[in-house]
Design a protein around this ligand. Sequence first.
Ligand SMILES: [Zn+2]
Length: 137
Amino acid sequence: MGHRVPNHKSKCRNPHGHRYRLELTVRGAVIATQGDSSEGMVHDFGDLKTALTKHIHDVLDHGFMLAESDTTMRAFYESCDEEFRVVVVPFIPTAENIACWCYEQLNGVIPRSLKIARLRLFETPNSWADYLPENAE
Ligand SMILES: [Zn+2]
């Protein structure tokens, strides 16, 4: 996904992209119902992968996350005759804010029996932000 940090003092103000990676950690009770498809699991990994793919990956992949306050880039996209995958958000698309956005996308989608304990968004293999909902205001 592409982004830019419009006010950044250095190179991050240029439009560029990352191979973001998102880790989701959930908390919940192990299902003890004998014979249940998910017996012995907190939740089926496949169901979580489906939710992440639909609500995060497919929305952002090969797109550009654009701050609504970024009038320069908004003017560029609005002047284009082609349609591009642009996700306009009310915040600067830093790793911290994107991790929080991912939480908002997933909260209410994953089953109520699960709590999102952590979302870790890697911008690069060595740079990431953690969103810990229980510590959020
Ligand atoms: Zn970046």
